[in-house]
Design a protein. Structure first.
Length: 436
């Protein structure tokens, strides 16, 4: 019996459909890069005529995520067999989304809509973006997407550090002059680990990724930021352990890296330490460890005023203003926001919200780890890189204030975990059908 075209395509997406979905995903990443690439700022703004209307910010990449999500959800709803296949994966995401919408309503009751929707869009569209990872039908889709991430990251890092010249022809490095785009640095680093360790990667690809990775590590050292460096070190160590590197070898390597970092930080901090003569100096130094500790204490006390449900999404914006006063009668000194995104999350959505998003990450990481057992080297490396990225994200979030980049870190890693799980399950299903 010869299958008709309708029968042949029933129950699976056609090739044009898949290409269209992947094109949408690539476009979303591209627009996120255009947003921060200064030569393209005017073009990006012209493509976002509705940006900032009504106190909210709806960007073109958000609209593309919505379109992508409608397509994926519509495809699922028409093919009920896929619901059975994907339900174990979608269940924790849907539960998390339900909790999120609860906090949206709770926040509106507390303080009205205001900028709540502008903050919540990152959360809601991020969850839908994880669902969109279902569009990755095989390893080739995921492999090409990670290569695309690396290319965008390399272009962005090159511009941020190597192509920006100040007046007079000087090329500056470090925080005071050029500030690395941490968002694509973290994403590109994790994607590079997966590509470098995959047996399927060709030598030219590995060579290019290796060069990009080395340049990134050099610029990260020049930037002098402690949080991203700790994030990279932790991610690398966890990835190596998951890939089977012996703990003894890892400890020796880690000790050597630690000694180098100690020398670097000692040299980098020499000027700052020479200027500190008293506790009052520590208050005056912006971003000092002591000032951050005080800020954490202030924000923790505010969190304890409503520990279960928090004070509402969008309350006080992403940067919660904090002030300290050393002695009665002294001027109040502004110390910015507490450099700890976990505390900011606790303040906004309380223990219930924070535990829900930690649980979602743990559930997907656990299922990804089970899914890649015995799978190809690329899927296994991609899963390990995503797990390492999630752990490093939680460390990085404990050293930096909350911002949109953190949302994108989190959802990128969860999307990568989702893609690894779904591709692995499709492979298992294909093998079982073939065997029968």
């Amino acid at each position: 019996m010869i299958e008709s075209p309708s029968m042949a395509t029933q129950g699976r997406a056609t090739i044009p459909d898949r290409k269209f979905l992947l094109a949408l995903i690539y476009a979303i990443v591209l627009f996120k890069w255009l947003e921060v690439f200064e030569p393209a700022t005017e073009l990006y703004v012209s493509l976002n005529p509705a940006a900032g209307l009504g106190g909210s910010t709806i960007l073109i990449e958000d609209l593309l995520v919505v379109l992508l999500s409608f397509i994926v959800v519509g495809d699922l709803s028409l093919k009920r067999s896929l619901w059975t296949f994907l339900w174990p994966l979608l269940k924790p995401i849907l539960v998390f989304l339900a909790i999120g919408f609860f906090f949206l309503g709770y926040s509106i009751l507390l303080k009205g809509a205001g900028d709540v929707l502008a903050n919540f869009r990152l959360f809601a569209l991020g969850v839908l973006g994880v669902g969109a990872a279902i569009a990755f039908r095989n390893e080739n889709n995921l492999y090409r997407f990670l290569i695309f991430i690396i290319v965008i990251w390399f272009i962005d890092s090159s511009y941020q550090y190597y192509l920006r010249w100040e007046e007079g022809g000087w090329l500056y490095f470090g925080k005071g002059y050029v500030y690395v785009n941490r968002m694509y640095g973290a994403l590109g680093f994790i994607a590079s680990l997966a590509i470098l360790h995959a047996k399927r990667s060709s030598r030219p690809v590995k060579a290019c990724v290796g060069i990009a990775l080395m340049l990134y590590l050099v610029t990260l050292m020049l930037d002098g930021a402690r949080g991203p460096i700790l994030c990279v070190i932790l991610a690398t160590g966890i990835f190596m352990l998951l890939e089977g590197v012996r703990l003894k070898r890892l400890l020796v390597t880690g000790t050597l890296v630690g000694l180098i970092m100690l020398v670097f930080f000692s040299y980098n901090s020499e000027r700052t330490l020479d200027t500190v003569r008293s506790m009052q100096d520590l208050y005056q130094i912006s971003g000092s460890v002591y000032a951050r500790w005080v800020a954490w204490d202030i924000l923790f006390q505010r969190f304890m005023e409503s520990p279960i449900l928090g004070h509402g999404l969008g309350n006080h914006g992403d940067a919660i203003d904090l002030f300290i006063q050393q002695h009665a009668g002294d001027l109040v000194l502004y110390i910015g926001s507490a450099h700890n995104a976990h505390l900011v999350f606790l303040y906004k959505i309380g223990l219930l919200g924070v535990l829900s998003y930690i649980a979602l990450a743990l559930i997907l990481a656990r299922r990804a780890a089970k899914s890649v057992v015995g799978k190809s080297s690329f899927l296994r490396s991609a899963g390990h890189a995503a797990v390492a990225g999630v752990v490093a994200y939680f460390l990085y979030a404990a050293t930096s204030p909350l911002g949109p980049s953190f949302h994108y870190y989190f959802w990128f890693y969860l999307s990568l975990l989702t893609a690894v799980i779904t591709i692995s399950r499709r492979q298992e299903k294909a093998l079982s059908i073939h065997a029968s």
